[in-house]
Every structure is written in structure tokens, then in C-alpha cells.
Ligand binder design. Structure first.
Ligand SMILES: NC(=O)C1=CN([C@@H]2O[C@H](COP(=O)(O)OP(=O)(O)OC[C@H]3O[C@@H](n4cnc5c(N)ncnc54)[C@H](OP(=O)(O)O)[C@@H]3O)[C@@H](O)[C@H]2O)C=CC1
Ligand SMILES: Nc1nc(=O)c2c([nH]1)NC[C@@H]1CN(c3ccc(C(=O)N[C@@H](CCC(=O)O)C(=O)O)cc3)C=[N+]21
Length: 302
């Protein structure tokens, strides 16, 4: 079997198109422009690329983009002040503090200082609790984008067995919660899981969110399963013509061997990554509608 490739890049473009339509309507009918603020502490090159691409797409869908770049030695009090100011700024409907933060800053404290209604990452404890109890919340972007692709490809997820590899607060745990809310039978695997390959082999749906390049092998995959590869890993790829080092992005799955067995698989790049950004924009429109007591866009939330 050769897996269907789930095209996250194309799907994300479609989601951004829907977001752009809602933004246009909010502006025309209500005179409201949704705004997204991104806070970046330090100068991590990968984070900078990612923040720039978010800013560009925010503007492309017609929203206002606010960027706050803070020095790596910013104090917790100063960062909290930035967050409080954004909480109180009526032009800002969504706030994202780029993670990870430098070690001297307490990320739980900072994230829980964000107004939950503006927490477009869905990381605030209130949103985590709302999602866990099946109530309306802001849903974390990477799991939401992964869920959208799964539903699009499989239709109903009810009764399917799903294995999520990884238990982080930002990907693994919320992903498992969303799959559970869609009536999957969910297993969460992690670094202490015994015999991971045979656990993964039970799954109709595999979500890999580990951070280990090409770890999941094709012979771990149940034939026909749907594989969502969340991993973004930059690895060495020889040298360029001029002798300088070359790198490339790979996922947490060994793509070729997994694609030979799976029914469908997301590529890296071009899979979950673009959907994450599209869902961030979708969450910002949703937050803006809720803040103004307006009907929220359909199909853009879990
Ligand atoms: N596409 C996107 O939009 C995004 C991609 N990512 C990518 O997803 C990946 C995961 O990110 P994140 O959740 O933040 O990572 P974390 O490092 O926070 O979590 C990794 C998880 O993987 C588990 N793990 C580590 N090694 C193994 C192993 N050998 N076997 C089984 N489980 C293992 C860890 O287990 P334990 O808890 O026991 O330590 C942990 O739960 C990364 O590659 C990251 O770059 C992240 C966010 C967004
Ligand atoms: N508060 C917070 N929220 C996040 O959602 C968040 C974060 N912090 N910190 C970092 C991780 C990582 N992440 C990615 C999003 C998109 C791509 C993406 O678009 N990737 C492209 C490739 C980009 C490239 O070429 O480098 C792709 O997969 O096709 C990657 C990674 C969001 N994160």
C-alpha cells in the first residue's frame, strides 16, 4: 500500500481563505478588525522565522498584527506588564507568547496571566479545564489542525483506536483530549512506555509528537492506519556546493517506511505546521467574535 498524502499546506490555505472571509465580514458589517499579538523573548533563529511567518499570514487574512520582541534578559515583571497591557488593549483579540521562554522566566505563570478569552494558544489553565470537561474553550492550534485533517480524511473518528506519542501540555495531552472528545479509544505513549512499537501497532490513528527525528518506523504502523506527524526536526543533510553545511526538516516518523504501510500520512514540511498557523488565525477570529457577542465562524473550532 502507498499512503494518501494529506496535504496540510493546501488545507491550511483553505482554512486561511475561510478566516479571510470572516475577517472581511467583521470589518464591513461591524467595523471590527481582529488583532493578534505575538510576544517573542530572545532571538532564537527558528522562533524568529516562525514569528515572521505568523505575522505575514495575519496581515494576509486582513487582521492586525502586533509584534513584541523583547530582550533575552527581560525580567518576569516586565514580561507580565506586556501581557497585562495586551489584555487591556481592545485592538488585541489574541495573544501568543512564543515558547519555550528563557529559563529564568516561569512559563506557567506567564501563560496563566493571559486573559483566557485572548489565549489563542489554548494553554491557559482555564482553557485546559474547559476542554477537559467538554466545554467551549480556546483549543490549542497544533492539535486542532491535526484534528481537522483527521476528520477531513476519515469522517467520523468514533470508535477508532488512537495512539498519541508524547504527553506535552502543548501537543500530546490536548491532542489526546480532542480525540477522546471525538469518541476515540485513546492511548498516550511517552518515554517510559514499554514496547512502544507494539502499542503503536494497535492504532487506527497515530499522532507522533515526540521531537525525535524519524523515530517511528513503518513496521510499527498497522496497515492502513492514518499517521499524523507533528514533529519538526532540523537534521544535517550533507554540504552545499560551496561547502557550507546543509540541513533539512524531517518529522518524528520515518516517512518512506511509514508511507509504505499507512493508509494516509502527513508530510514534513507541508503537514501539521501550516495547519498550526491557520488554526492560530482561526482562533483569533473566534476570540474576536466571542468578545463582541457575535456568532462565531462555523467549522473553525473543535
Ligand atoms: N508542527 C507544529 O506546529 C508543531 C510541532 N512541534 C514539534 O512536535 C514535537 C513535539 O513537541 P513537544 O510536544 O513540544 O515536545 P516535548 O519535548 O515537550 O515532549 C515530547 C514528548 O515525547 C516523549 N518522548 C521523548 N522521547 C521519547 C521516546 N523515545 N519514546 C516515546 N516518547 C518519547 C516525551 O516523553 P516524557 O514526557 O516521558 O519525557 C514527551 O512527552 C517536536 O518535534 C516539536 O518541534 C511542536 C509544536 C508545534
Ligand atoms: N506559544 C507557542 N505556540 C505555538 O504554536 C508554538 C510555539 N509557542 N513555539 C514553537 C512551536 C512550533 N510551532 C510551529 C508552527 C508552524 C510550523 C510550520 O509552519 N512549519 C512548516 C515549515 C517551516 C520551515 O520551513 O521552517 C511546515 O511544517 O511545513 C512549525 C512549527 C508552533 N509552536
Amino acid at each position: 500500500m502507498t499512503a494518501t498524502v494529506i496535504d496540510g499546506k493546501a488545507f491550511a490555505a483553505k482554512v486561511r481563505g475561510q478566516v479571510a472571509e470572516h475577517v472581511a465580514r467583521l470589518k464591513e458589517v461591524h467595523g471590527i478588525t481582529p488583532g493578534l499579538a505575538v510576544v517573542l523573548v530572545g532571538e532564537d533563529p527558528a522562533s524568529q522565522v516562525y514569528v515572521r511567518s505568523k505575522g505575514k499570514m495575519t496581515v494576509e487574512v486582513g487582521m492586525a498584527s502586533f509584534e513584541h520582541r523583547l530582550a533575552i534578559d527581560t525580567s518576569e515583571a516586565d514580561l507580565l506588564k506586556v501581557v497585562h497591557d495586551l489584555n487591556n488593549d481592545p485592538a488585541v483579540h489574541g495573544i501568543l507568547v512564543q515558547l519555550p521562554l528563557p529559563d529564568h522566566l516561569d512559563s506557567d505563570l506567564v501563560i496563566n496571566a493571559i486573559d483566557p478569552a485572548k489565549d489563542v494558544d489554548g494553554f491557559h489553565i482555564s482553557n485546559v479545564g474547559l476542554l477537559g470537561t467538554g466545554q467551549k474553550s480556546m483549543v490549542p492550534c497544533t492539535p486542532l489542525g491535526s484534528l481537522m485533517m483527521l476528520r477531513d480524511h476519515l469522517g467520523s473518528l468514533s470508535g477508532k483506536s488512537a495512539v498519541v506519542i508524547g504527553r506535552s501540555n502543548i501537543v500530546g495531552k490536548p491532542m489526546a483530549q480532542l480525540l477522546l472528545n471525538d469518541s476515540c479509544t485513546v492511548t498516550i505513549a511517552h518515554s517510559r512506555t514499554a514496547d512502544l512499537p507494539s502499542v503503536v501497532r494497535q492504532a487506527d490513528i497515530v499522532v507522533a509528537a515526540v521531537g525525535r527525528p524519524q523515530m517511528v518506523q513503518g513496521d510499527w504502523i498497522k496497515p492502513g492506519a492514518t499517521v499524523i506527524d507533528v514533529g519538526i526536526n532540523r537534521i544535517d543533510a550533507g554540504t552545499k556546493d560551496d561547502g557550507s553545511p546543509k540541513t533539512r526538516l524531517v518529522g518524528d516518523c520515518d516517512y518512506d517506511s511509514c508511507a509504505a504501510v499507512a493508509g494516509a500520512i502527513t508530510p514534513v514540511p507541508g503537514g501539521v505546521g501550516p495547519m498550526t498557523i491557520a488554526c492560530l488565525l482561526a482562533n483569533t477570529v473566534t476570540a474576536c467574535c466571542r468578545a463582541n457577542g457575535l456568532a462565531e465562524p462555523e467549522g473553525l473550532t473543535a
